[in-house]
Design a protein around this ligand. Structure first.
Ligand code: KIV
Length: 281
């Protein structure tokens, strides 16, 4: 399969829906690629689902870089997007440098939260494709909480304006998180870059979910817009419990699950053991 580029993602608008998921390590990226998704986002959601923290605020650029390197090394077809974490891009010089580090780690594009057209422009000018992200922006949760955005007409219009500014700044796509579907439909109709929704209804050009939410692996809070396609967490717990019971009862491991010596080597070994024991008396 041909490598998916930001240009390809852009060209899919209006042709077919774009599929995206987060991934952070070898196994998650491996299965995401096998399932055929277009975009893998190495999201700062790793703060919650990998590190078990309450928010994304403690995720560092070093951490996103580390996970981006693993994911980018694992997959060959999907577009890998590295998520710029809190404090790594608020000044324009930092934005360009941080984006460069994620690209050197293997990302084909970076994502940043909020309406920051100058920052986007500066990164794009250095040749790095940018995905925007508006609506609920988790890095701003101290100020905004985890609340749906754009529920009132005036704040919805502000989102429309932000989306347009992000498009004009040169972003190739934009994540719309937790906003009413009427608003995401209008944004999707008005801008020429693809919208990737999460909690933004069915009219977006594509959808993204967090890997652990989709598979039911994350024990924390699950937003109402998530569809859990499996409950792997339950399967994990049951399997580990069964394993522990089997260890205690001696049911695991069996002879078939063990390495066994060749007959002649075994005899020699026992002879040597006898000799060794005698020598120690
Ligand atoms: O970090 C993340 O996983 C994200 C998605 C929810 C879009 O930003």
């Amino acid at each position: 399969m041909e490598k998916i580029t930001p240009k390809k993602i852009f060209s899919l608008k209006g042709k077919r829906k774009i599929t995206a998921i987060t991934a952070y390590d070898y196994s998650s990226a491996y299965y995401a690629e096998k399932a055929g998704v277009d975009i893998i986002l190495v999201g700062d959601s790793l703060g919650m689902v990998i590190k078990g923290e309450e928010s994304t605020l403690n995720v560092t650029l070093d951490e996103v870089e580390y996970h981006t390197r693993i994911v980018a090394r694992t997959v060959s077809t999907p577009l890998v997007v590295g998520d710029l974490p809190f404090l790594s891009y608020f000044r324009i010089e930092d934005a360009v440098k941080s984006a460069g580090r994620l690209v050197r780690a293997g990302a084909g594009a970076v994502k940043l939260e909020g309406s920051r057209p100058q920052h986007i422009k500066a990164i794009v000018e250095e040749g790095i494709p940018v995905m925007g992200h508006i609506g609920l922006t988790p890095q701003q949760y101290l100020r905004m909480g985890y609340r749906t955005q754009g529920k009132k007409a005036l704040s919805a219009i502000r989102l429309l304006e932000e989306a347009k500014q992000i498009e004009d700044a040169g972003a190739f796509s934009i994540v719309l998180e937790s906003i009413p579907m009427e608003v995401s439909k209008e944004i999707t109709d008005v801008i020429s870059i693809p919208t990737i929704g999460i909690g933004a209804g069915p009219y977006c050009d594509g959808q993204i979910l967090v890997f652990h939410d989709l598979l039911g692996i994350y024990p924390g809070r699950r937003p109402s817009f998530v569809r859990e396609y499996a409950n792997i967490g339950e399967v994990m717990e049951k399997s580990i419990k069964q394993y522990a019971e089997d260890v205690i009862s001696g049911e695991f491991p069996t002879r078939e699950e063990s390495f066994v010596m060749e007959d002649d080597e075994r005899e020699k070994f026992y002879m040597e053991v006898r000799k060794w024991k005698l020598s120690r008396k």
